[in-house]
Design a binder for this molecule. Structure first.
Ligand SMILES: C[S@@+](CC[C@H](N)C(=O)[O-])C[C@H]1O[C@@H](n2cnc3c(N)ncnc32)[C@H](O)[C@@H]1O
Length: 272
C-alpha cells in the first residue's frame, strides 16, 4: 500500500501530521539491502561501488591502517602548524566538511573522492602530538555519536588537555533528546517539534526514522542536552552551556549549515 502521511487516519490510528507532505516509503523497499542514500556529489557511484565490495569492518580497519601509515607526516604537519605561533583551532572528525580557519583532522579515507582532504590525518583515539594547552578551540561536529560513550569521554579529556586555559570546546551531535520528544508527541497525537518530518521525512514509520538516529550512519552512541553537558563537565570543562547554530564563542564559526536542523550544540571552557 502506498502510505501517504497526509492520508486520513483510520480508527485507532494517529491522525495525519499536519506538516507532513512527503509520502511514506513502503516498508519492504525501505528495508531492502543496499538502499543507503547515495552521497550528494557525483561520486556516489564510485563510493557505492567501494562500499559494495568492502564491508564496514574492513573499511574501518583500512582507515585505521592508512591513518597509522601517515602518522609521521601528520606529526610533522602539526609541529609545523604549532611552530607558527598562530591561533590554533582544531576541527576533529572533519569528514567532507573542511571548516575555514580551522585545522581539519580526520581518519584517512575516501574523502578525496569528494575532493576534500583533511589538513591532518589522525585517529582521535590516539593522543594528538601537540603540547598541553597549545590550542585555542576544539570542535567536533557529528563525530561523538560515532564513538562509544567511554571513547567520547576520552576525546573530551583529550580536548581538555590540548586547550589553553580559556580555550573553548564546541560539540555538535544529532539531538536525540529532541527526536525522542518529537516521537513521543506524535505518538500522543500532538504536533511535536517536527524534527522527524523535517530531517527524516517519508520513512515508513516514525520509529524507523527514530532508529536511524540510533543505528544508522555508523552511530554507536546517542546524546541529549543533559548527557552531553554532563560529559563536558566530567572532563573538567566549566561554563558548560547549550549553544545554537552559528552562535559559538569562537570566530570563525565552524558550524556547517547542513547540520543546523537536527543538531544540539554544547560549549565548555577550559578553566585557568
Ligand atoms: C558524520 S561524519 C561528520 C563529518 C563532519 N564533521 C560533518 O559534520 O559533516 C563523522 C566523521 O568522524 C570521523 N571519525 C570517526 N571516528 C574517528 C576517529 N577515531 N578519528 C578521526 N576521525 C574519526 C569519520 O571519519 C567521519 O568523517
Amino acid at each position: 500500500m502506498d502510505e501517504h502521511q497526509t492520508a486520513p487516519a483510520t480508527p485507532g490510528e494517529l491522525p495525519p501530521h499536519p506538516h507532513l507532505t512527503v509520502p511514506r516509503e513502503g516498508l519492504r523497499s525501505y528495508l531492502a539491502p543496499g538502499t543507503e542514500p547515495a552521497p550528494a556529489v557525483g561520486v556516489g557511484s564510485v563510493a557505492g561501488a567501494v562500499r559494495s565490495l568492502v564491508g564496514p569492518r574492513q573499511r574501518a580497519a583500512a582507515k585505521v591502517v592508512g591513518t597509522r601509515l601517515l602518522a609521521r607526516r601528520a606529526t610533522r604537519r602539526l609541529a609545523e602548524l604549532h611552530g607558527r605561533g598562530d591561533r590554533l583551532l582544531l576541527n576533529l572528525g572533519s569528514g567532507t566538511y573542511n571548516a575555514a580557519g580551522w585545522v581539519n583532522i580526520d581518519l584517512w579515507g575516501l574523502h578525496a573522492l569528494w575532493g576534500v582532504h583533511p589538513d591532518v590525518v589522525w585517529d582521535l583515539r590516539r593522543p594528538l602530538p601537540l603540547p598541553d594547552g597549545s590550542v585555542d578551540g576544539v570542535f567536533l561536529e557529528h563525530v561523538l555519536e560515532h564513538l562509544p560513550a567511554p571513547v567520547g569521554l576520552a576525546a573530551m579529556d583529550q580536548a581538555f588537555r590540548l586547550l589553553r586555559p580559556g580555550g573553548v570546546l564546541r560539540v555538535s551531535v544529532p539531538d536525540f533528546g529532541r527526536y525522542a520528544v518529537d516521537y513521543a508527541a506524535r505518538r500522543s497525537g500532538n504536533q511535536g517539534a517536527d524534527l522527524l518530518s523535517v530531517v527524516r521525512p517519508g520513512r515508513p514509520t516514525d520509529l524507523l526514522a527514530l532508529a536511524e538516529v540510533v543505528y544508522d550512519h555508523g552511530h554507536v552512541s546517542i546524546w541529549d542536552a543533559e548527557t552531553l553537558t554532563e560529559l563536558l563537565r566530567a572532563a573538567g570543562f566549566v561554563e558548560v552551556a547549550v549553544s545554537t547554530y552559528g552562535a559559538g564563542r569562537v570566530d570563525p564559526s565552524p558550524d556547517s549549515p547542513h547540520r543546523r536542523d537536527e543538531s544540539l550544540y554544547v560549549e565548555g571552557v577550559r578553566p585557568a
